[in-house]
Write a protein that binds this ligand. Structure first.
Ligand code: PLP
Length: 285
């Protein structure tokens, strides 16, 4: 089956889907994106993803390209046309096409919008969760507004590649004070020896992950001990468990950090339970 992409009002074959060379997303990374999980053909946590998209756009003063309801229809149509059952739908909005000039183009410039969808490689994801993944640490050299889900991801790309080259799946960014911020495409968590689940507050230092928000709800509801505070790499090395969260990887246990085993080197009980429970708490629509 051939894939279909939605590009500025049209559904087109994926292989022929194009944006203009002067699209500001391409020229300046002047755009934002969202990735929403699809499960059983339905969108997971759509409301929260649309809220975050609205916020990212408003922080950058880019107009919403279409009303929210209409966007919901496009997301579902793209999922359906690509026969996605369990996968993701990707949405990108840029400030539009204009003659290359750093400052904002004329107010009438229409934002560009692209939507794609694809199935997960479920076997690979499940194997990653069953085995646990390795992470490495890298200096956080990103801009300060990582709370905006911007398409400017070059430091994240380089960090992920460094992880790959080190035989790891994810890289954790460490800020100038020695605290872990987040992963290159995931939020970072540890469980201390006395059972507290620790993750950095969603200030301006991290992206407020939707999966993170749902996991915080599970933790509150199940009465687990939570410490929403920054943690250091030394704390991570000494942790009983570690895990990552994202819409594409849900909750995935971390079993090695910088080559050192976490806890007993096997996926932890807390992470495994949170992964199992996640979809009972997420909103499916
Ligand atoms: N942090 C970063 C830098 C990300 O890119 C992502 C997801 O892409 C996340 C965290 C996790 O966010 P979510 O749970 O909304 O997928």
């Amino acid at each position: 089956m051939s894939r279909i992409a939605y590009v500025n009002g049209r559904y087109v074959p994926h292989r022929a889907a194009q944006v203009h060379v002067e699209d500001r997303g391409y020229q300046f990374a002047d755009g934002v994106y969202e990735v929403c999980e699809v499960r059983g053909g339905r969108l997971v946590d759509e409301r929260r993803h649309m809220d975050r998209l609205t916020r990212s756009l408003s922080e950058l003063r880019i107009a919403m390209p279409m009303p929210r309801n209409a966007l919901g229809v496009v997301l579902r149509e793209t999922v359906a046309r690509n026969r996605v059952r369990d996968g993701i739908v990707y949405l990108q909005v840029s400030r539009g096409v204009a003659r290359r000039d750093h400052a904002f183009p004329a107010a009438a410039t229409r934002p560009s919008i692209v939507v794609t969808a694809r199935n997960h490689d479920i076997d690979k994801l499940e194997q990653g969760a069953a085995d646990g993944i390795a992470v490495i640490s890298v200096p956080d050299n990103r801009w300060e507004r990582v709370d905006i889900k911007s398409v400017g991801l070059l430091p994240n790309v380089l960090a992920k590649q460094a992880a790959r080259e080190a035989g790891a799946k994810e890289a954790w960014f460490v800020d100038a004070k020695g605290f872990v911020t987040e992963g290159s495409s995931t939020n970072a968590w540890i469980v201390t020896r006395d059972g507290a689940v620790v993750t950095r507050p969603a200030d301006f230092g991290i992206l407020r992950g939707i999966t993170r928000t749902v996991v915080l709800e599970i933790i509150a509801e199940q009465g687990l001990k939570l410490e929403e505070r920054p943690f250091t790499m030394d704390e991570a090395y000494a942790a009983r468990e570690a895990f990552i969260t994202s819409a594409t990887q849900f909750v995935t246990p971390v079993v090695r950090i910088d080559g050192k085993p976490v806890g007993n080197g096997a996926p932890g009980l807390t992470a495994t339970a949170l992964r199992r429970d996640f979809h009972r708490y997420a909103e499916v629509g």
